[in-house]
Design a protein around this ligand. Structure first.
Ligand SMILES: Cc1ncc(COP(=O)(O)O)c(C=O)c1O
Length: 402
């Protein structure tokens, strides 16, 4: 039997690779921290990998989402109080940004296998005020995008993909983030590609790209966003920029980040193959070893024709299992295995205050959020960590049988 590891087995872990150290050192030596060549290259490469023209890096996934909704609201003249469809299971930032934009999140039931927005439940929530859908690619897996896009087209809805938990993986041959008018990603600690803080908006729409970049930068005129924008300008063109350097054309935000995060992002891109491979093999290892407990716990499924980035490994305790989620997670935590509850949203104190007691309208979401949790399957886990986790599950179920 393995000893309890000295460190906790976390849902995410950080290891700064040599390439990241080299790139950050290059930034430090360059005497430049504001938007520059590392960030630009990271944006371009990240966008290319997700089949989008424009990538726009900012200081968090939440900032990216907030600005994405703001940009669409401004471009398409939505009114305060218009509605945006959001899955009933997600991290709270998805729906917070809707509220922060003075719009109304309308929750949609999720499916019981992949835990993502259920395309069959979307249309029942569409009203004359619905303006957009926000599919959330949860836990590392893209949503069932074909029917979602069909419904969006039918009702003339914009689509903002919340891909903060998923990157570099395909659904039916197309990468996550490549369907929406805008797609948003997070590079926060314990996510997939990590820059400490960070987020991206991707889009194919030039107008939206200009607007998003401006909104990140206090609403500044797009003519002068970066200190390079006047580099090769002369005469009238230069004077035009000089005049507009301090010209603000939108009510924007201060959501910039620095070349340090850009450098970490660029280095992370080079590690992505290894990261995805390890996560998948770790998740498959758990699934193989824990399958024998399928009558008690539901393990994650991979949607057909879909790749899974396994940002985490979600588990749901069946109602008739004879024990509660809390019994299992307390046992795991006591043994040094970190857990997180699976994305409770409608039961959050602040949402109960705003929306009232609406959980019963979403039985699948309620089942997931009251019985689900996740554990780590990240690339820094060693073989003996994985074996230890499985041993602890075995121990729990042996005790249960007694
Ligand atoms: C689904 C989802 N959306 C949005 C976010 C927000 O990202 P950030 O923490 O970078 O603001 C997260 C972060 O955990 C997330 O999981």
């Amino acid at each position: 039997m393995s000893d309890k590891p000295k460190r906790q087995i976390r849902v995410g872990d950080t290891f700064i690779h040599q390439k990241a150290i080299d790139y950050v050192n290059q930034v430090l030596k360059s005497n430049r921290l504001s938007y520059g060549p590392f960030t630009k290259k990271f944006e371009e490469e990240f966008a290319r990998l997700h089949d989008r023209k424009y990538g726009l890096f900012c200081n968090s996934g939440t900032s990216a989402l907030e600005v994405a909704i703001h940009a669409l609201k401004e471009k398409y003249s939505w009114s305060d109080g218009d509605e945006v469809l959001v899955p009933a299971v997600t991290f709270i930032a998805t729906s917070n940004v809707v509220i922060q934009n003075h719009l109304k999140p309308v929750f949609v039931e999720v499916d019981p296998i992949y835990y993502e927005i259920d395309p069959e439940k979307i249309e029942e929530r569409v009203t004359s005020r619905t303006r957009a859908i926000m599919p959330v690619h949860l836990f590392g897996q893209p949503c069932d995008m074909d029917p979602i896009m069909e419904i969006a087209r039918k009702h003339n809805l914009k689509v903002v993909e919340d891909s903060c938990e998923t990157m570099f993986v395909n659904y039916k041959g197309n990468p996550t983030g490549s369907w929406g008018d805008i797609s948003c990603f997070s590079t926060y600690v314990a996510h997939l590609l990590v820059t400490g803080v960070g987020g991206l908006c991707l889009t194919n729409d030039n107008d939206l790209a200009v607007l998003i970049k401006s909104l990140y930068n206090h609403g500044r005129d797009g003519i002068y966003i970066s200190i390079d924008d006047d580099d090769d300008k002369k005469g009238k063109a230069l004077f035009n920029i000089v005049e507009k350097r301090f010209s603000f054309v939108h009510v924007g935000y201060s959501y910039r980040c620095t070349e340090m995060e850009g450098a970490l992002g660029l280095a992370g891109l080079e590690e992505r193959g290894n990261m995805l491979e390890k996560r998948l093999s770790n998740a498959l290892f758990y699934t193989e070893k824990l399958q024998k407990y399928a009558q008690y716990i539901q393990l994650p499924s991979i949607r057909p024709e879909t790749e899974h980035a396994f940002m985490m490994y979600p588990i749901i305790v069946h109602k008739e299992s004879g024990f509660s989620r809390e019994d299992l997670i307390f046992f795991l935590e006591e043994n040094g295995i970190e857990t997180r509850n699976a994305m409770p949203l409608l039961s959050q104190p602040v949402y109960r205050k705003i929306f009232g007691e609406i959980e019963d309208q979403y039985p699948v979401a309620k089942w997931i959020t009251h019985n689900g949790f996740y554990i780590g399957c990240h690339q820094e886990m060693r073989e003996k960590d994985l074996e230890y986790v499985v041993e602890k599950f075995d121990e729990f179920f042996v005790k249960l049988a007694k």
